[in-house]
Ligand binder design. Structure first.
Ligand code: NAD
Length: 309
């Protein structure tokens, strides 16, 4: 496993990291004991960074993760959770709510502090209060020792950049923006590097688009994106390669991205992901898949308030 610096935080994070949203049965109903075994397999395999949120499974993911982490020495992992999103259309970034939210998360996770506390999906709300009210409240929680660093998460890169240009933040989490079908995060990497902001990349399998199982029914991509990704999936299958392998190796191949979060509640999948992370990208297959995905390259979908994307 490679470890990389997370911006200016001083943290060294594993290049492959663990996204705990599937522990909240976000993709499918999961077997809790399998989910717990998956977390242990991730840590045993050298993954040291875990991301979760109270939103995932409406607190279920944090609860299951807390059970998995029980008895694991705190120094063995870096933990990030989030505040502000509590349902599909339920957002509250007020200082009072985010302060209570972190306390509730710490209790569910069974820890005294998290390494990163992040504003979850900021594109859904006006950004001024995030800058002037929420982030200062999170800095106070940092002063109180409840979180070591402060970050923001979103899908539209513009929302992340707008806040990063006006406020001091330690990390950004961008998802589905650095994968085989969409590499738009690339353009913003120099800005974040210059400002010492750590880059967390999530969803290298494009939330299931780049898997043989395909995207879950709630996936926001349009039919052209879904169909073209399926063509790439089938092409890889015909070559005897799981597209998840190529997708993962591509995301990990960029050293400017500190870490890439992959979600799974399956011990077999995490094992595969760990093995793939240790192998190099097949550049010839990558070029062929890029050609298939060319018609939808960097195509996205609308999320959040229109002026934030
Ligand atoms: P992902 O791209 O990692 O895809 C997850 C899907 O891929 C799941 O269905 C999983 O079962 C499947 N999968 C994983 N490994 C596989 C393998 N080896 N073979 C086949 N299928 C495999 O998407 P994700 O889970 O949405 O993203 C990862 C994590 O990033 C999340 O769990 C979450 O922690 C974080 N994230 C955060 C935000 C945000 O803050 N707004 C948004 C998206 C993701």
């Amino acid at each position: 496993m490679q470890y990389r610096a997370l911006g200016s935080t001083g943290l060294q994070v594993s290049s492959l990291s663990y996204g705990a949203s599937p522990l909240g049965s976000v993709f499918r109903d999961i077997d809790k004991s399998q989910g717990i075994r998956t977390v242990h397999a991730a840590l045993d395999g050298g993954i040291n960074f875990i991301d979760v949120s109270p939103y995932y499974g409406l607190t279920k993911a944090e609860t299951v993760l807390g059970q998995a982490l029980k008895g694991v020495p705190r120094y063995k992992y870096l933990l990030a959770t989030k505040v502000g999103r509590y349902g599909e259309n339920e957002f509250d970034f007020s200082p009072q709510r985010v302060t209570r939210s972190l306390e509730e998360s710490l209790a569910r996770l069974g820890v005294d502090y998290v390494d990163i506390i992040q504003c979850h999906d900021i594109e859904f709300v006006p950004l001024d209060p995030i800058i002037h009210e929420t982030l200062p409240a999170l800095r106070q929680l940092q002063q109180a020792g409840k979180a070591r660093f402060v970050g923001i998460t979103a899908f539209p890169l513009r929302a992340l950049r707008t806040v990063a240009e006006q406020a001091s933040i330690d990390t950004i989490l961008s998802y589905c923006n650095f994968s085989l079908n969409n590499t738009s995060l690339q353009d913003d990497i120099p800005f974040y590097q210059q400002h010492g902001v750590g880059i967390i990349n999530a969803s290298p399998l494009s939330m299931g688009l780049l898997t043989t199982r395909g995207a879950p029914p709630w996936h926001p991509a349009d039919d052209q994106i879904k169909a073209t990704c399926q063509q790439a999936v089938q092409f890889c299958q015909a070559q005897g390669v799981d597209i998840a392998q190529l997708a993962l190796q591509f995301a990990l191949s960029n050293p400017a991205i500190a870490t890439t979060l992959v979600g799974t509640a399956s011990p077999e999948n995490i094992q595969k992901n760990l093995e793939w992370a240790a192998q190099p990208l097949d550049h010839s297959l990558f070029a062929q898949v890029q050609h298939i995905l060319e018609p939808i390259h960097n195509h996205t979908w609308p999320t959040g308030l229109p002026h934030n994307s």
